[in-house]
Design a protein around this ligand. Structure first.
Ligand code: FES
Ligand code: FES
Length: 213
């Protein structure tokens, strides 16, 4: 016989997701934050983009050879998100102002919204989804973000992390001011810059420990 469930009891049966768990989930896959309006626009444009002129190319994304049909005017951010399902690369402004879409191309940070996909055919693209080890171990920068819980809504987080990873390749031991300058092409709508920098500095420290281990 079925038992009548008290809504309060049902609430207590639901899994409890801590802020730390939430942040970890977002930084591994970069998922979670988007708006209904944005999704509507995306699905409409996706339908339009499949009409004519697409050409099948191969691009190296996160160490994998990905075959994909692209339009000649298609941006890398669009291809990553809507053709390859890599939605960790966020689209904020879509015009090279906010840095939400930052990915590494041959280890250098780029705004994916301002790079045409067909121009990266002979280059290596790294997105937030390719940052953690295959065994699930987070990249030291990602771990720094988890440790410091450095973001609010986290929409900007993948871009900041990718920009930091790229910057630290050329300056692995920056001062706080240098790192702030290094990620100054990234904006946070929540204006959580102080916490973000603390998290990224912790990540830089993690990276140095790993490289000296
Ligand atoms: S979405 Fe690319 S810089 Fe804002
Ligand atoms: S934490 Fe919300 S946009 Fe940066």
């Amino acid at each position: 016989m079925s038992e009548n469930l008290d809504p309060k009891k049902m609430g207590s049966m639901l899994p409890v997701i801590s802020r730390r768990d939430f942040i970890k989930g977002v930084i591994v896959g970069g998922a979670a934050v988007s708006s209904a309006g944005y999704l509507f626009r995306a699905s409409t444009l996706l339908a339009q983009s499949s009409v004519v002129g697409a050409r099948l190319i191969t691009i190296d994304v996160n160490g994998q050879q990905r075959r994909v049909d692209v339009m000649k005017q298609e941006t890398l951010a669009w291809t990553l998100r809507h053709k390859l399902g890599l939605t960790g690369t966020k689209l904020g402004c879509d015009r090279a102002e906010c840095g939400s879409c930052t990915v590494l191309i041959d280890d250098v940070p780029h705004y994916a919204c301002s790079v045409l996909t067909h121009t990266v055919r002979d280059r290596k693209v790294l997105t937030i989804e390719g940052l953690a080890n295959r065994d699930g171990t987070l990249h030291p920068i990602q771990q720094g973000v988890v440790d410091e819980q450095g973001f609010q809504c986290a929409f900007c987080m993948p871009g900041f992390i990718m920009a930091s990873v790229g910057f630290l390749k050329s300056n692995p031991n920056p001062t706080r001011a240098q790192l702030a300058n290094g990620v100054s092409g990234n904006l946070c709508r929540c204006q959580d810059y102080d916490k973000i920098l603390t998290a990224l500095m912790r990540g830089a420290d993690n990276m140095r420990k790993v490289s000296h281990a």
